[in-house]
Design a protein around this ligand. Structure first.
Ligand code: 5AD
Length: 346
């Protein structure tokens, strides 16, 4: 009863205290948790209806100059088999994706100096020229303001850059000394100011994450007012220093999805591949907890296995068409319909 009141209060105030967050993460009362998910799903339904937006994810390079401790494509990982797609290959992923009903392409990659600003701009221009009815989302990491401006001027619509953690000390435990929390924050504010639809986000259950760091994440989201928030469980990758750490849980991820939906009713909230990796029905449950976006993979099957941020990633053997149809079925199984449009923020 008491927790249900707290959930209603969070919903009405669109705000949460540190202690309320702690209670929601700690409770074992299945009735209260079901109520949390129901309220979040109702909130999403009121704004987006029974629709789920799809984004075609194109993982175009796994070269990376960074060395994030948790990530399988960190530069120190000598076991990662590196690849880059050519411009032709990327465009053919888009062509295939367009046929399958995708109207957003997400170009995601490691921070790969081979892909200069000029190359990225040329790519954006080509995609926008061929598919003027599509949104282009970039997810290529930290750049300087002028690079972000150039990509935007070339036609990029959206940018995903997870902040990873809003707590500076925690950020230091997940990243090498050469990476700066402040720069990442500056990037997100620059992106917002330039006019992108911006996505931030974090891993759930990353090593040394606490209720307090999560509370800071929620406070940061409140300040930034992003259009999207990407969260998924941390999953250890065996060739990284965090290979033996324990994974984040589906339950915590679902609770946080619901909380974020109640705090930011309009936000675009993906039910992530990582969530589908730790549980076979993770993505469906994510939708039922308030998510409204899924991001099936459009990368060529030949490279799927190599874009290994974490172990046991799903769908690495399936062609884009299979992923697309599998996703439609999965969403239908919980009463939702994948729609053919850009899936803009409402
Ligand atoms: N487990 C889960 N997510 C990860 N990411 C990177 N490594 C892992 C991992 N081991 C996430 C980061 C990054 C996004 C592209 O993938 O949050 O921003």
């Amino acid at each position: 009863q008491m927790l249900k009141q707290i959930i209603t209060e969070i919903e009405n105030r669109q705000n949460i205290t540190r202690d309320q967050l702690a209670l929601l993460l700690e409770t074992t009362d299945t009735g209260d948790i079901a109520f949390l998910h129901e309220r979040a799903r109702k909130t999403a339904d009121a704004i987006y209806g029974k629709q789920v937006f799809i984004r075609g994810l194109i993982e175009f390079t796994n070269y990376c100059k960074n060395d994030c401790i948790y990530c399988g494509i960190r530069k120190s990982n000598r076991k990662a088999e590196r690849y880059r797609l050519t411009e032709e290959e990327i465009l053919s992923c888009c062509a295939n994706g367009y046929e399958l009903g995708f109207r957003t392409f997400v170009l995601q990659g490691g921070e790969d100096p081979y892909f200069t600003d000029d190359k990225i701009c040329a790519l954006i221009r080509q995609i926008k020229a061929q598919y003027p009815d599509c949104a282009v989302t970039l997810s290529i990491g930290e750049k300087e303001h002028d690079s972000y401006q150039a990509f935007f001027d070339a036609g990029a619509d959206r940018y995903l850059l997870r902040h990873e953690t809003a707590d500076e000390a925690h950020y230091g435990k997940l990243h090498p000394a050469e990476m700066f929390w402040k720069h990442r924050m500056d990037c997100l504010w620059d992106l917002k100011e330039i006019g992108y639809q911006v996505g931030c986000g974090f891993m759930v259950g990353s090593p040394e994450q606490t209720v307090d760091t999560l509370y800071e994440d929620l406070q940061f989201i409140r300040k930034l007012q992003p259009h999207m928030v990407g969260i998924g469980p941390f999953i250890p990758q065996k060739d990284t220093p965090f290979g033996e750490k324990k994974a984040g849980t589906m339950e915590d991820t679902l609770r946080l999805l619901s909380i974020i939906r109640l705090l930011q009713p309009h936000v675009l909230l993906p039910s992530t591949t990582a969530l589908g990796t730790i549980h076979p029905l993770g993505r469906e449950k994510g939708i039922q907890a308030g998510a409204n976006v899924v991001m099936p993979n459009l990368s060529p099957v030949a490279v799927r296995e190599k874009y290994k941020l974490y172990d046991n990633k799903i769908c690495t053997g399936d062609e884009a068409a299979e992923c697309r149809h599998c996703m439609a079925r999965r969403m239908e199984s919980v009463g939702y319909k994948v729609v053919v449009n850009r899936g803009d923020y409402h």
